[in-house]
Design a protein around this ligand. Structure first.
Ligand code: TRP
Length: 438
């Protein structure tokens, strides 16, 4: 299993930063605020935090420990537990194939907004500007192609050096800017109403769907359930990296970015009296409005979208890396070929997804356009299914005591209990509910 020719991270911090780069992304800065808004604010936050520090963190530990131990892509890693379990890795690869296209469509919107930040749009026009833009046939596609090809290029050149350096620069900058922005937004009129909405739970809004959506958000946001951490862990050189100590900082970072984003977006929404149910458009309408109202706003807007792009690309890279590592390790084709074919698949599916806001908006399954279908399928179904199977494979087939995540006895026992009982049972019941069986 140890293979000296396998690439590896420069340092332990490399694993942390690359993992944080994967976790912190559109899930925090774009998806989290609108999903939280649609699910009642404070009560959603509570359930989200609960799931993060129970199921989420357990899966992150389990996946990375498995990757470090097996030094293999997800199919190889699960195949090591039992050859029949390879299928879990394949589900992960499929999930990535579904996420990358629509993730990159949003990535394209960001590139477009960076370009747009050089011209001024008048305040009243932000809504129509955004909806006109995403529903037009050519522009969003062009920007989507630019984003996807840039991601593919970074993955092609190898991530070890590129991504480590990139994240080292991006992550602190992202934090700094978010804090500056948050402070500015919190001083706006009625900002406090937004803070209240974000923090005060309203349990009358909690339904079974809230749990499903919160769980979907947790999996999506910390990149759990499809073998990212197995893949990244497989590039760790030695086997004695204490997983819990290393990886909990990734989870904390991820949660912090979501909290900061909530504390920026909600006060802004309330202060400008905007609708909370804007859905995926929330970041693209609300924030530009805020920027246009503050001093040097145009500059801030530009910087914000650049940072958003950095956060998004490091996540896209991780998604692409799972498929690339799989194709190289299992199908035994070259990295170049793997990226070429996979990018081609994403180009085609992404084009359809992008057009679902315009020309193809009439094509709906279960009342949802293709974009929402992809997101629902990946976040609310496939990632939890992947997480469930991972928990079963490690908790019941392998035996959780075979994965040492900490020298601390209590922590190790807590992990074993969670992966064996809490994670599978919670996920199972929520999924049963999602498919309408309970
Ligand atoms: N976590 C990333 C975000 O918050 C998205 C992401 C990257 C992801 N890699 C993943 C989600 C793997 C699920 C699985 O934007």
């Amino acid at each position: 299993m140890s293979d000296d020719s396998r690439a590896s991270w420069g340092s332990k911090i490399g694993l942390i930063l690359a993992s944080a780069g994967s976790a912190v992304g559109l899930g925090n800065l774009w998806r989290f605020p609108y999903i939280a808004a649609q699910n009642g604010g404070g009560s959603f936050l509570l359930i989200y935090l609960l799931f993060t520090f129970s199921i989420g963190i357990t899966l992150v530990f389990a996946e990375s420990a498995l990757g470090i131990k097996t030094k293999s892509d997800p199919t190889g890693a699960f195949g090591w537990i039992n050859p029949r379990l390879k299928i879990i890795g394949i589900i992960g690869v499929l999930t990535s194939a579904i996420i990358v296209p629509y993730y990159s469509v949003v990535g394209g919107w960001i590139v477009a907004y960076i370009v747009k930040s050089f011209s001024t749009i008048s305040i009243e026009n932000f809504e129509t500007h955004f909806t006109d833009f995403i529903s037009s046939p050519v522009q969003p596609l062009l920007f989507f192609y630019i984003y996807l090809l840039s991601t593919a290029t970074v993955v092609y050149f190898g991530i070890e050096n590129g991504i480590e350096k990139f994240c080292k620069l991006m992550m602190p900058l992202l934090f700094l800017l978010l804090i500056v922005l948050m402070v500015r937004v919190l001083t706006l009129d009625n900002a406090l109403d937004g803070v209240k909405f974000f923090f005060l739970p309203d349990f009358s809004k909690v339904t079974a769907k809230t749990f499903l959506n919160a769980m979907g958000q947790v999996f999506f946001s910390i990149s759990a359930g499809m073998g990212i951490y197995i893949t990244y862990g497989s590039y760790v050189k030695n086997n004695d990296t204490p997983v819990a100590k290393t990886m909990y900082s990734v989870v904390i970072l991820d949660v912090m970015v979501s909290l900061l984003t909530g504390l920026t977006i909600f006060p802004a929404v309330f202060s400008f009296g905007l609708p909370m149910n804007a859905g995926p458009a929330l970041t693209f309408i609300t924030l530009p409005k805020v920027f246009s109202a503050i001093t040097f706003g145009q500059f801030f807007g530009f910087i914000f979208f650049v940072i958003l792009l950095g956060a998004a690309i490091t996540s896209s890279i991780s998604l692409m890396e799972v498929v690339t590592t799989y194709l190289c390790d299992q199908v035994k084709i070259s990295r170049k070929k793997a990226i070429f074919y996979y990018t081609l698949v994403c180009l085609v599916t992404g084009t359809l997804v992008s057009l679902s806001f315009g020309k193809l908006s009439g094509f709906k399954i279960g009342g949802k356009i293709l974009f929402d279908q992809f997101d629902y399928l990946a976040s609310n179904i496939l990632l939890p299914v992947g997480g469930f199977l991972t928990a079963i494979a490690i908790g019941w087939v392998l035996g959780p005591e075979k994965l040492v995540i900490s020298k601390n006895k209590a922590l190790q026992k807590g992990f074993e209990f969670c992966i064996k009982w809490i994670a599978p049972i919670c996920v199972f019941f929520i999924l049963l509910n999602a498919v309408g069986l309970i």
